[in-house]
Ligand binder design. Structure first.
Ligand code: PXG
Length: 460
């Protein structure tokens, strides 16, 4: 804990020297950043001593909660044994071997080899190169187009940002990296027509993939890339009809399927990977974040046997790699994290307790005057804030009301993130009834306070 003087100084120095990601720097300078000094289990503390329930698990990361000693000890022991060695020149080391084997065991059956990086963006860049390289090796170099979706978030490097759908991100990196197309999101609340059933909407959203494949020419399409549940785009949960239809289309045109499981991997929706929940057969899974519960950077790409076979059929290098591919300390921490998740049955517990508990909390607010819809799957949840519940009409100036609500959440000692006017949550997998009760109380108060701020804008 720091005193008031130190807090002020930290905020000043932060404003002077630290350029924050994804931030409006003018308002950040004016208001100063909140200084987070400590974490423990489901809570973090700020420098003024406020305890905050972390409804975002850090940033969709801390599945086992904050500050577990076992992970610190795993890092410490590995640093004393072998803090770093590369995996480039026919060298390997025990932690990377053990983690690769573990991930192959947890992933769908056909995915058995892992390429490592340090961030989700890197893993998607790796996947993009691998996909295009694969088609060259198969003698179909024209297959370069990767289709993804409008609210996709795949990262901030240039290739991953180009594969992402968010127009505001594209604006910062014109010209975009070539070869990406974006189709509609499978989120009924945003895109469904009045009277259209969820099932019909799911099929329509999936068939947008087929339309796009036909529009650009199937012979030019390399892959479809998608988060099984869209996270940063606003926890957009596809209807049950969506993924089977996408799988049918992927199979029909023989394109690759890239499942970006950077958020959904490692238990978030009740299976190790969300691909297993939806019964889809990706050729590539990208992962990051919760593989170490965010304690240390680590990411990777788990690769289908067929792609590996194509690499093996050509005795040439895949010219791609990062200094920290398979970093021994990160791998040791990941192994301990996965061991804890298994020992504490955190993944089945999402189906047995935490997932239903989150759904129950959110359902309490579906009749609130500000709330258009609540939805969740496993431990991913969302609350849509709207001006008119009946027509799904949103507030003017998207994002404004979301920020008001987010600030009320913070003052109530609870973190939820605002994606424009959609409030999203991604709690750690360790929550007990006590944390769900706290979240419920905080959400109730924050929604009421937000409502009183915008009451004049709500449809009667
Ligand atoms: N794929 C997905 C699905 C992600 O959610 C990335 C890739 C990129 O990972 P890295 O490690 O390069 O950041 C992400 C990251 C937010 C937010 O505000 C979400 C992410 C990152 C930063 C902020 O919701 N997701």
């Amino acid at each position: 804990m720091t005193n008031q003087h130190q807090t002020t100084q930290l905020k000043e120095l932060d404003a002077l020297h630290h350029l924050h990601p994804f931030s409006d720097h003018t308002s950040l300078r004016a208001g100063g950043a909140r200084v987070i000094v400590r974490g423990d289990g489901p809570y973090v503390w700020d420098s003024e001593g406020n305890r905050i329930l972390d409804g975002m698990a850090g940033l969709w990361t801390a599945n086992i909660g904050h500050s577990r000693r076992e992970l610190a000890e795993a890092a410490y022991a590995q640093m004393l044994e072998l803090p770093f060695y590369n995996t480039f020149f026919r060298t390997t080391h025990p932690p990377v071997v053990a983690l690769s084997r573990k991930l192959a065991e947890l992933a769908p059956d056909n995915l058995n080899q892992v390429f490592f990086g340090s961030s989700g963006s890197e893993s998607n860049d790796t996947a993009i190169r691998l996909i295009r390289h694969y088609w060259v090796l198969k003698g179909e170099p024209k297959r370069r187009i990767i289709i993804s979706r409008k609210s996709a978030y795949h990262g901030s490097t240039i290739a991953a940002a180009s594969m992402s759908g968010m127009a505001h991100m594209h604006a910062h990196s014109y010209p975009l990296y070539e070869g990406f197309r974006h189709i509609m999101d499978p989120c009924w609340y945003g895109e469904g027509k009045d009277g259209e059933s969820l099932a019909d909407f799911g099929l329509r959203a999936a068939r947008a993939l087929e339309d796009e494949i036909l529009a650009v020419g199937p012979e030019n399409v390399a892959a479809f890339a998608a988060e099984p549940v869209q996270g940063a785009g606003g926890v957009k949960i596809p209807p049950e009809t969506y993924w089977p239809e996408v799988q049918r289309i992927v199979d029909k045109y023989g394109i690759l399927l890239l499942a970006d499981e950077v958020i959904t991997g490692f238990g978030r929706i009740g299976t190790w990977f969300a691909s297993q929940h939806y019964g889809i057969r990706p050729h590539i899974i990208t992962f990051a974040k919760a593989v170490t519960s965010g304690y240390i950077p680590l990411s990777g790409v788990i690769v289908d046997d067929e792609i590996v076979a194509a690499l093996l059929a050509h005795d040439d290098d895949f010219h791609h790699g990062y200094t920290f591919s398979g970093h021994p300390v990160a791998c040791a921490v990941a192994l301990k994290n996965l061991e804890i998740m298994e020992e504490e049955r955190l993944v089945p517990r999402v189906n047995e307790f935490t997932g239903p508990a989150l759904a129950e909390v959110l359902a309490k607010f579906k009749d609130h005057p500000l709330v258009g819809e609540v939805r969740s799957i496993g431990l991913l949840g969302a609350i849509e804030l709207v001006a008119d519940k009946r027509t799904r009409r949103r507030f003017a100036d998207p994002g404004r009301v979301g920020l008001i609500c987010r600030d009320h959440f913070f003052r109530e000692g609870f973190v939820m993130r605002a994606v424009f006017d959609t409030m999203v949550t991604s709690p750690p997998l360790i929550w007990t009834q006590e944390q769900f009760d706290e979240a419920e109380a905080a959400i109730g108060r924050a929604l009421d306070l937000t409502l009183s701020d915008v009451a004049g804008e709500i449809a009667a």
